[in-house]
Design a protein around this ligand. Structure first.
Ligand code: NOJ
Length: 566
């Protein structure tokens, strides 16, 4: 008789130090050759992800959707879009992933549905005052004949957050008009999402990423309060009628009770694009979601002071509440970090994209150097790291997508002023040749640039200097090194050089300066080849400690074991 101790004692806390790889399913791998990525495509690429060394995948929405917002407009939260596969494909994917030791996280989008969701169609048909309208936020308009929106709320995608319907009422949509907001004061809405969480947890998913987690609880009392602000100018004290209200936490406490019914408990991570304050971290309390994306690192420009400040803050805030740290520098919502870091600090990214990436020149070598250093920095931090598909290839933003190919609702909603997020959603290259660079058999839903071939998986595999092999090496080493959560800054003697120590004493050094610095110990892994210090005159060396060993070039990072103090 054999006993499996692993299955008898499942690791309840696997997510606290995990590397989680975000898959944007429409752009990952196309199994049936229709130009759109799908679940069978993801399934065939799971061995690649196992080889890469990730602990989990997070699947962005694959649910039935008219695609008004890239799948975040959902008509059925408990099914698979037929263009992406079937529930059987999903079950097969989960089984295959688990067999390879990869956990699966799915996206939950509770703030809104598609305007073609059966509930919304019912609400439209049932008319003003009906019970069906109560599941959403319908109101009469203001002004003469109710021709003005009920309040001054703004949509994140541009324009007012209200749309008028044929009978004269208006409904609220904080995102696209095809994404009506749900009314979370309604018990049916609450029950529906509890049922949805259970549906996927019962199918074996290991966790959930919660979309716009901070906006479910709204102050809908009459008269609706004025709220013309978005993002940066929002109050940070919970007083806003739409975002980050105290009441939202009760929803997540209820969800946590459900997650804890499973063994191991299901994990969850909150997405909140809200200005960071101490309140931000409350979603990560152990009796709520456990994790929140800390976007402050993603928003930080390539500068040592900025990185140091956001890292310190996140660690301090998390320590206070007992949540697990997360680090993320790219996603399907922002220009790829290799591109961001290569542009001068302060570059207006929207304007840069609007110029098709021409108004400020981008040096690919700088992008590569800084992205590689940032990768070693992020993967050396305590907590879990979220990677976005294609970053392991060092992909840059596709800045020059032609207007006619753009699909992000941001483009039309802003009167074609902003190009939106498609440039980081271009299907990823698997082979340097062939139709759609191995993405699928017949083209890709967003056009891929010619330069994608050089970044393909096939072009990088086995090349020790490639971005892909750096990620593979770093993830393998991280598995051995990241055994605890200890973190402390070490004085590098140079404000442009970040240095920190981790559990068991290994350290990370990141050189933001323009000159090489000495590595004060034995290197384990570096983002760029190290040189020998005795090849350099001492005047070119900046001290990062007392020992002179190998040197780390400008804009490089290294993991190392420090030399014992003399
Ligand atoms: C956040 C998602 O990441 C983004 O892609 C989406 O457009 C909005 N939430 C609305 O669901």
């Amino acid at each position: 008789m054999s006993t499996s101790f692993a299955s008898a004692t499942p690791d309840r806390d696997w997510w606290r130090r995990a590397v989680i790889y975000q898959i944007y399913p429409r752009s990952f791998a196309d199994g049936d050759g229709d130009g759109i990525g799908d679940l069978p495509g993801v399934r065939t690429r799971l061995p690649y992800l196992a080889d890469l060394g990730v602990d989990a995948v997070w699947l962005s929405p694959f649910y039935p959707s008219p695609l008004a917002d890239g799948g975040y407009d959902i008509t059925d939260h408990r099914d698979v879009d037929p263009r992406l596969g079937t529930l059987a494909d999903f079950d097969g994917l989960v089984a295959d992933a688990h067999a390879l030791g990869i956990k699966v996280i799915v996206d939950i989008v509770p703030n809104h549905t598609s305007d073609r969701h059966p509930w919304f169609l019912e609400a439209l048909a049932a008319g003003p005052g009906s019970a069906a309208r109560e599941r959403y936020i319908f109101r009469d308009g203001t002004g003469q004949d109710g021709g003005e929106p009920p309040a001054d709320w703004r949509s994140h995608f541009g324009g007012p957050a209200w749309q008028r319907v044929d009978d004269g009422q208006w409904y609220c949509h904080l995102f696209a008009r095809e994404q009506p907001d749900l009314n979370w004061d309604h018990p049916e809405v609450r029950d529906h999402f509890l049922g949805t969480l259970r549906f996927w947890a019962d199918r074996g998913v290991d966790g959930f990423r919660i979309d716009v987690a901070h906006s479910l609880a709204k102050d809908l009392s009459h008269p609706l309060r004025s709220q013309p602000n978005l993002d940066g100018s929002l109050p940070l004290d919970g007083s806003d009628p739409l975002y980050d209200r105290d009441e939202v936490h009760e929803i997540y406490r209820t969800w946590r009770r459900l997650f804890d019914e499973y063994d191991p408990p299901r994990m969850a991570v909150a997405e909140t694009w809200h200005p960071t304050s101490s309140r931000t971290y409350l979603y990560a309390r152990p009796d709520e979601l456990g994790q929140i994306f800390d976007f402050s690192l993603l928003k930080a420009p390539w500068h040592p002071d900025e990185f140091r400040a956001v890292i310190s803050r996140s660690i301090e805030e998390h320590a206070g509440i007992g949540g697990a740290l997360t680090w993320v520098i790219s996603s399907h919502d922002v220009p790829r970090h290799a591109t961001r870091y290569a542009l001068p600090v302060g570059t207006d990214l929207d304007a840069w994209l609007r110029s098709d990436g021409t108004d400020v020149p981008l040096d690919p070598a700088t992008a590569r150097r800084r992205a590689r250093a940032a990768t070693l920095l992020v993967l050396a931090l305590p907590g879990s790291a979220y990677l976005y598909q294609g970053e392991e290839l060092g992909l840059l933003e596709v800045a020059d997508l032609p207007e006619e190919s753009l699909r992000d609702p941001v483009f039309e909603r802003t009167g074609r002023r902003l190009k939106g997020r498609d440039g980081c959603r271009v299907p990823i290259p698997w082979t340097s040749e062939g139709p759609s660079f191995g993405f699928g058999a017949d083209g890709s839903w967003l056009p891929q640039p010619d330069w994608f071939g050089a970044y393909a998986v096939s072009a990088q595999s086995g090349d020790r200097g490639s971005s892909l092999e750096l990620y593979r090496a770093a993830l393998a080493l991280r598995r051995r090194l990241a055994t605890g959560d200890a973190f402390s800054w070490v004085d590098s003697g140079n404000p442009e050089v970040l240095r920190f120590a981790r559990t068991d004493g290994w350290q990370c050094l990141v050189n933001f300066s323009a000159r090489p610095v000495a590595v004060p110990g034995t290197p384990l892994l570096s983002s760029t080849p190290l040189s020998s210090s005795n090849l350099l005159s001492s005047s070119t060396l900046l001290s990062s400690g007392t020992d002179l060993g190998p040197t780390l070039p400008s804009e490089g990072a290294v993991w190392f074991v420090p030399s014992a103090p003399a």
